[in-house]
Design a protein around this ligand. Structure first.
Ligand SMILES: Nc1nc2c(ncn2[C@@H]2O[C@H](COP(=O)(O)OP(=O)(O)OP(=O)(O)O)[C@@H](O)[C@H]2O)c(=O)[nH]1
Ligand SMILES: [K+]
Ligand SMILES: [Mg+2]
Length: 520
């Protein structure tokens, strides 16, 4: 893509079966006009343009390019240009709109005026409608030429006032320019990936960083975005390839009796690699949990104070509390940030047999929630203590904490245990014991998901591929030292290559970029 001083912009498009259509745009002078030429058509006669200097300039540019058609410079000009609002929606002081692709320069010149700002220097500009020249805002313009931009393409940024009218003026102006279209979700990052600026795990790290709600999530996403997983998987892959080359060479020369058993030489390295990969898999799914959140269910008998506990922990009246047993029917969820862990806390219906079918459905949902939760808080009613509800006692498994509520009503001291579980005494009325309960929850999560320095798996997509790689390695170690061994090593490396996007990339691209927001 080239802009001539006269304001001529041209690009080449491939249209269906037609080879190439050369398209010229006249930009500036208050208008945008399109000229199209197929290579086998006669070139326009320059004399036709005599009365129109803009058209003459375009034609001259077109002719020059046609004479050089097929060269690498022509190829570079293909591809569409995308734009999107990259800052949040709604009214804001400032909104950032990004443009990426071959026409970014033209868009910036058309709206922000010429000459273009110095590369990578925010420059105050008056922004105008390219068709009418009418100003609609002033703000900062940034020119980020390829290849040193986020996407590896020419990019432009407009920092405008973040009101709906200004934004729609800018987005409409961009949409009206030739070759520009609104970006799909994640398309900027996808272009960065396609330009080789990041691998798939780093792209996923960006999506996670944008979505991060808590500090621990942010830390994990940042490490991944900065290449933690990329280095780990590429490192393993390099080792596998080296081992495979070694094994293949040894097999090829085996008839020459070099005295070396290929397997004996490779086995210790293979075993070490298998152990490393196995340790990586044995992470209690910490990374995936941290990404998705940790689920805690509050269960127990009617009126034990489950909804009161939810409200206490959330610090607001999220659930209805009343003296009537059977108040809560639906599952009531709140999101919490517990020492950096994202928590989904769910209040549920009191456990009891009921002839009311709505309440029974509530109880069924409560049991479902407890079964799928990472941890249950089983609440016992201190008003009835030492009598403990049988259905609640039955919920006291490995992933449960016993909470004795209404300690303000206890005449005896808070018991140490309920059944064989350590009892945590609280009063939702006075707030006593709530801090200690929160501390216990944090400690429980930390015990289950210890923080380690090594990068962790964050997605099921990674886990499946790592399992595949480990299985191929296990087979390689168990089998004979022949071509099959080399093939297993190839499979093991291939599986890791899929995670970073080195191989089979088409199959996962849509899956990876589906989760992105528009403008990223
Ligand atoms: N004295 C005292 N009363 C409490 C305490 N916690 C809750 N209550 C009262 O106990 C009653 C039931 O509380 P809820 O929070 O609605 O109990 P629940 O377990 O959600 O009840 P269901 O949703 O009906 O199963 C209400 O009247 C609360 O005010 C407490 O710590 N001390
Ligand atoms: K109640
Ligand atoms: Mg309730």
């Amino acid at each position: 893509m080239v802009i001539y001083p006269e304001g001529v912009w041209y690009s080449i498009k491939t249209v269906a079966d037609v080879d190439e259509i050369i398209e010229t745009h006249l930009v500036g002078g208050g208008r945008v006009e399109r000229l199209m030429l197929m290579p086998d058509q006669p070139f326009p006669d320059e004399a036709d343009d005599a009365g129109d200097p803009g058209r003459a300039a375009a034609t001259a540019a077109l002719l020059t390019r046609c004479r050089h058609a097929g060269g690498p410079a022509v190829r570079e000009m293909t591809g569409d240009t995308i734009f999107a609002l990259s800052s949040g929606g709604g009214r804001a002081a400032i909104a950032v709109v990004r443009v990426s692709g071959p026409a970014a320069r033209m868009a910036l010149a058309g709206i922000g005026g010429e000459p273009l700002p110095e590369p990578r220097q925010a420059t105050l500009r008056r922004f105008r409608q390219p068709e009418t020249g009418e100003p609609f805002d002033c703000g900062l313009a940034l020119w980020l030429p390829a290849p040193g931009s986020a996407t590896g393409e020419d990019m432009a940024e407009f920092h405008v006032h973040g009101g709906p009218a200004v934004l729609s003026a800018l987005l409409e102006a961009l949409g009206a320019l030739p070759g520009l279209r609104p970006a799909e979700p994640g398309e900027f990052t996808r272009r960065a990936f396609e330009a080789g600026r990041l691998d798939l795990t780093e792209a996923e790290g960006i999506a996670d960083l944008v979505a991060a709600e808590t500090e621990a999530q942010r830390r994990q996403a940042l490490a991944q975005m900065e290449g933690g997983l990329h280095r780990l998987y590429e490192g393993w892959r390099d080792r596998l390839m080296a081992l495979r080359a070694h094994v293949e060479a040894a097999i090829d020369f085996s008839d020459q009796d070099l005295g070396e058993d290929p397997m004996a030489a490779a086995a210790p390295d293979l075993a070490a690699l298998e152990a490393e990969i196995a340790a990586h898999l044995d992470d209690s799914r910490r990374g995936e949990r941290l990404r998705e959140g940790f689920a805690i269910a509050i269960v127990g008998a009617p009126n034990a104070g489950k909804s009161s506990l939810l409200n206490r922990l959330a610090g607001r009246d999220a659930a209805i509390v009343s003296t009537r047993a059977g108040t809560t029917r639906d599952v009531v969820e709140v999101r919490l940030d517990l020492a950096g862990w994202p928590i989904t806390l769910a209040d549920t219906a009191g456990l009891r047999e009921s002839s009311d079918e709505i309440e029974s459905e509530g109880v069924r949902r409560a049991l479902d929630r407890a079964a799928s939760a990472d941890l249950s808080l089983v609440v016992f009613d201190g008003a009835l203590w030492p009598e403990a509800d049988a259905a609640s006692l039955a919920m006291l498994g490995d992933d449960a904490l016993a909470v004795l509520n209404k300690t303000d009503l206890l005449s005896s001291p808070v018991p140490d245990r309920i059944d064989r579980h350590a009892a945590l005494g609280v009063s939702c009325l006075t707030g006593a014991g709530i801090e200690a309960l929160l501390e216990t929850l944090v400690a429980e999560i930390a015990r289950r998901y210890p923080a380690g320095g090594a990068p962790v798996l964050t997605r099921i997509r990674h886990r499946q591929a790592v399992v595949e790689s480990r299985d191929a390695l296990t087979r390689a170690l168990a089998g004979p030292a022949d071509e099959r061994l080399a093939e297993e090593l190839r499979l093991a490396a291939h599986a890791l290559g899929r995670i970073t996007g080195r191989v089979d990339v088409e199959a996962v691209l849509d899956l990876v970029f589906r989760d992105f927001c528009i403008g990223k």
